[in-house]
Design a protein around this ligand. Structure first.
Ligand SMILES: [Fe+2]
Length: 319
């Protein structure tokens, strides 16, 4: 199978210094639900069928531990593994059966050329019940990564994993692996790190209900409400208690594989209504920009930011 490729985005795996507190936040405030808890790891689902959209692991410092992608079946996973091996991919693990608590399945891990951890799997259990609560996220819909070598990362994802080009701006390259306009984007920066993760809400009303729940729990909207240019999605951005950036988003453009034509950076430079089509959102807060650069991640050397987060969580959880 020479054309094996990624078929979707599953989940993010995050290291967090306080597992219980982070799990409480992601369940009671962000709107996910625990689906399994084993050892130092909690798996949290959205309202969609994906087994989990976030895995939280107890670690000394907040960190991205993996972005997980799906492939259509075990044959595709095996073919992608062979491609990764031939490509000389860093950090490539052997093919393996995956833990039952994680939904099982079959897959492997690897690293991007800049060293960010990734994983591919198939045959992972899915939830038969789809919850109908529009105020809670349905799925993880995109992850944005900072990169000092955007062109190289984009080529790696296209050549090895089968991503297609979605759009270019001066700041970012957007790439896609399913009908969503983008599942991954690379932001031009000084190095490789997690910029933000975005969770899909069923509609605008659901997004506002989620954003209101965050606001009532003490989390400011750091950018938004607005509508992006590339992808046309409505957005609100927050900084969660570990210092990661989380986004509620909805109405992301659905791409027709046969007819979609990417736009150039010049097109977006001249697009009216930037960075928000509604001319509503303005620019991200300085705090959000710092968090998007990974500067607010909490951990062993906890500073003022983590103390502030503790205060927020104490209010949020009534402690
Ligand atoms: Fe986003």
């Amino acid at each position: 199978m020479m054309n094996a490729r990624i078929s979707g985005l599953r989940s993010v795996e995050l290291g967090v210094p306080d597992l219980n507190r982070s799990s409480d936040f992601y369940q009671k405030v962000w709107g996910l639900e625990e689906t399994a808890h084993e050892g130092d790891t909690v798996y949290l689902r959205g309202t969609g069928a994906e087994h989990h959209v976030v895995a939280l692991r107890q670690r000394p410092k907040a960190a991205l531990l993996a972005v997980h992608f799906s492939a259509s079946d075990r044959t595709a996973v095996t073919a992608l593994h062979a491609k990764a091996k031939a490509y000389g991919t860093n950090g490539l693990t052997e093919l393996a059966e995956l833990p039952r608590a994680a939904g099982g399945g079959y897959g492997f891990r690897f690293k991007t050329p800049e060293g960010l951890p990734m994983a591919i799997s198939a045959d992972v259990a899915r939830h038969p019940d789809v919850v109908t609560d529009r105020s809670r996220p349905t799925k993880l819909t995109h992850v944005v990564l900072n990169s000092a070598a955007v062109d190289e990362q984009t080529s790696f994802f296209k050549d090895l994993l089968g991503f297609r080009h979605a759009d270019s701006t001066d700041m970012m390259e957007f790439i896609r692996c399913c009908a969503d306009h983008h599942s991954i984007a690379f932001a031009r920066g000084n190095g490789a790190s997690l910029n933000h993760m975005a969770y899909e809400m069923a509609n605008l009303d659901g997004l506002m209900r989620g954003a209101g729940r965050m606001k009532q729990a003490g989390f400011n909207i750091e950018w938004g409400l607005g509508r992006h240019g590339p992808g046309n999605n409505i957005f609100t951005y927050f900084v969660e208690p570990n210092g990661f950036v989380t986004e509620y988003t909805t109405e992301v453009e659905q791409v027709d594989e046969a007819t979609y034509v990417p736009n150039t950076a010049e097109y977006w430079r001249n697009f009216p209504g930037r960075p928000c089509r509604w001319n509503m959102a303005g620019h991200p807060s300085n705090r959000l920009k710092a968090a998007m650069s990974g500067e607010l991640l909490v951990g062993e050397d906890e500073g003022a930011e983590s103390l502030r987060c503790e205060e927020v969580m104490a209010r949020t959880l009534g402690r």
